[in-house]
Design a binder for this molecule. Structure first.
Ligand code: 13P
Length: 250
């Protein structure tokens, strides 16, 4: 059985004191979270603070982005090696905000995915359609394209050391969660598509749902057979809300 997972994407929020307070509150309330694997992804500069507070904790930490390059003349960028140096185990790649606001192409995302795995980071690969794409019945075409770019470059075996997050763009930060049935249908599609390449890898792969997940709707979503947890934005900034979501994951 797949181990449930909940990851918090803090996006560009917080300063050191807030980050410390948030992780210490989460840490204190962990007692009732049984099996779920937990990860928080703060902004780069808050990683050292989070690492200090969480060292020895069962909560892992990661970043929200990385460079596809190893090192060199890439002003303003952060490499996977640097993230490892600060104890990161995970990194989000292909978040829809990166794709839309920073023009990251499917190829660029695939390169980042590979760069992450090359240094032992577990990529959390985000895929998902916009509202216009959903309304044009293109959800599966878009998700397949995003997925195929990565699998084409990294190979299906790479999915054994990765997590996928299905995040419909229209559900992110809007309060409009996908219904459990809508989400399940895309999750099942993703798993089936990968199963065509390797059924065992597809069966083991965790597929998280992201987009306006809250304590109030988490349980319904996580009950779906192909939803293995969540990638949480806004609600991950509130310790009690985040903990309730973690408890819902199991
Ligand atoms: P919200 O939970 O704020 O909708 O954000 C989801 C998300 O983008 C997580 O990566």
């Amino acid at each position: 059985m797949r181990r449930p997972m909940v990851a918090g994407n803090w996006k560009m929020n917080g300063i050191q004191a807030e980050a410390a307070a948030l992780v210490s509150r989460i840490e204190q309330g962990l007692g009732e979270v049984r099996r779920a694997e937990l990860v928080v992804c703060p902004p780069f500069v808050l990683i050292p603070v989070v690492a200090e507070w969480l060292s020895g904790s069962r909560i892992a930490w990661g970043a929200q982005n990385l460079s596809a390059h190893k090192s060199g003349a890439y002003t303003g960028e952060i490499s996977g090696t640097m993230l490892r140096d600060f104890g990161c185990s995970h990194v989000i790649v292909g978040h829809s905000e990166r794709r839309a606001l920073y023009a990251e192409s499917d190829m660029a995302v695939a390169e980042k995915f590979r760069a992450a795995q090359n240094v032992g980071l577990v990529p959390i690969l985000c895929v998902g359609e916009t509202l216009a794409e959903r309304e044009a019945n293109e959800t599966e075409v878009v998700v397949a394209r995003q997925l195929d770019a990565v699998v084409g470059m990294a190979g299906i075996a790479a999915m054994d050391n990765a997590v996928i997050a299905y995040e419909p763009v229209w559900a992110i930060g809007t309060g409009k969660t996908a219904t459990p049935e809508q989400a399940q249908s895309v999750h099942a599609f993703i798993r089936a598509r990968l199963a065509q390449l390797n059924a065992t890898v597809a069966e083991r792969l965790r597929i998280l749902y992201g987009g306006s997940v809250k304590a109030a709707n988490a349980q319904q979503l996580f009950r779906q057979s192909d939803i293995d947890g969540g990638l949480i934005g806004g609600a991950s900034l509130d310790a009690q809300e985040f903990l309730a979501i973690c408890r819902a994951a199991g």
